[in-house]
Design a protein around this ligand. Structure first.
Ligand code: CTP
Ligand code: MG
Length: 271
């Protein structure tokens, strides 16, 4: 496994962040994988690396990238996360499904890691405050935590012909985002069990997020407030929308990324 910034850890990191960036981005339809597509002059992966490494905790960031893109990701990590900071970056290739990519990310975590956040590179403007909220709640509860936002649209249940059957009560629904937080022990056990089951036959289909992996394993999943800025880039329309958000934020003198640190950041270790 190639490792960037491969020096002795200056801090004992107990926090691991797995940034899953190995998807193909088929619905976006760009010529390169989604994580390497640019938003406001920086790739989605760059946005994610900057935000995670702005968190004032010693940590290990694992970038899970498409096959053939490890070199590019390592170069990016070297450029954005100089040695001697609080964060150490590792790069591993991803799998065919998201849950497989997460598992490869888990395998790359150091022995010191106790808490893990799993985040989609496809949510490039997620504020650092969402990471902190999730992390605090994991520390409080020792259980799984997901950020969520209220559902704005009216929701209808439909039949096979597209005819409306009923209106769904929105009050009890949220749209779930990332980062999702877990104890490493809890998430690793749930993934191992899911993998063992998948070799038999998984009638429920592939889990679409990590909280579902934990829930199927019998774990409790708590929620904290998410943020509209954590919106996921799925299609070109999402990219256009977030481009507009970024321009608006810059024109009004604030960056969505509250912790955008540069050359001599606070809260980072001296060499
Ligand atoms: N992901 C991953 N490995 C996979 C599939 C997805 O690491 N095998 C990551 C993506 O890179 C993304 C996140 O999981 O950051 C959410 O997935 P999604 O939005 O579906 O991205 P893609 O799978 O790349 O897009 P598409 O489904 O349109 O191909
Ligand atoms: Mg996908």
């Amino acid at each position: 496994m190639p490792v960037a910034g491969d020096t002795a850890l200056h801090h004992v990191a107990e926090l691991g962040v797995i940034l899953v960036a190995a998807g193909r981005g088929e619905r976006l339809g760009a010529s390169e994988p989604k994580a390497f597509v640019e938003l406001g002059g920086a790739s989605l992966l760059t946005h994610g690396i900057r935000t995670v490494t702005s968190l004032p905790h010693p940590g290990q960031l694992v970038l899970v990238v498409p096959d053939g893109h490890a070199g590019e990701a390592l170069a990016l990590a070297d450029e954005l996360v100089p040695e001697g900071l609080l964060w150490q970056v590792s790069v591993v290739p991803g799998g065919r499904e998201r849950h497989e990519s997460v598992r490869f990310g888990l395998d790359a975590l150091h022995d010191t890691i106790r808490t893990v956040l799993v985040h989609d590179a496809a949510r490039p403007l997620t504020p650092a405050s969402v990471f902190e909220r999730v992390l605090n709640r994991v520390h409080q509860t020792g259980e799984a935590v997901v950020p969520g936002v209220p559902v704005a649209d009216t929701l209808k249940q439909i039949d096979a012909n597209g005819t409306v059957v009923s209106t769904v009560d929105r009050a009890s629904l949220i749209a779930v985002q990332t980062p999702q937080g877990f104890t490493l022990e809890g998430l690793a056990a749930a993934h191992e069990s899911a993998q063992a089951r998948a070799t038999v036959s998984d009638v429920a289909g592939a889990p679409t997020d990590d909280a579902e992996v934990v829930q199927r394993f019998g774990g409790t999943v708590h929620t904290v407030a998410g943020d509209p800025l954590a919106h996921k880039v799925t299609t070109q329309a999402d990219l256009v929308m977030l481009e507009g958000t970024l321009l608006h934020a810059e024109a009004n003198g604030f960056a969505p990324r509250s912790g955008r640190h540069s050359a001599t950041p606070q809260g980072r270790a001296a060499k």
